[in-house]
Design a protein around this ligand. Sequence first.
Ligand code: ADE
Length: 241
Amino acid sequence: MKKSKTKPWHVNLLTLFPEMFPGSLGQSLSGKALGKDVWSYECINIRDFAGGVHKCVDDTPFGGGAGMVMRPDVIEKALLSIKQPGRKIYMSPRGKPLNQALIEDLATTPTLTILCGRYEGVDQRLLDAHNFEEISIGDYVLSGGEPAAIILMDACIRLLDGVMGNKATPDEESFSNGLLEYPHYTRPAQWTDANGQLRTIPEVLISGHHKNIESWRLEQSEILTRERRYDLWKKHMKNRQ
Ligand code: ADE
């Protein structure tokens, strides 16, 4: 992943709502990393490139139907104002699903330009003309691409060098080995919940026997994945053959 001493991992954001950034990315580990120039961002306000007194960025769809569509000419002007756009991404529920493998790929791409749509979306010709890669964060519809861009960036930023320190355990966390993560426990070892039920922790975790702990964790990961995500489990079994 990228070194903090070299150029920061950079994201250009084409948006109608620049105030939405850095949002949650300005807090906690990603916020500290932003301060240390591990990553950087620039918002390009699409409205600044609209003409006329009304600064119109959208119009009604050809063929009729509800909602408004963002104009290709205005977005293109905004895009062309970016000196080094790098990899161009359009956040859209129609895009390819975002997963950990794609996040790892994006986190090692030095510069991204993310187009955040609003309304019914953007004119298809703009996406075709500039080869935008469409990415979806899940099978649901947000009111715009900005929260989706923040999610994508958050998942990338935590992988950059110097962000997580020794907190990063990439081999064991969910998805990195194709399985969901095993359960975690901390003190107190004996805890009585609000209903008066005593809850203990699995004995093996205080056995000091590292091999046994490792196999218990793997077993738990496998059980959880089989129960909750049969799609991932099938892939895991296929890879093991
Ligand atoms: N914009 C609106 N919904 C979205 C989604 N599910 N993923 C990415 N961008 C979006």
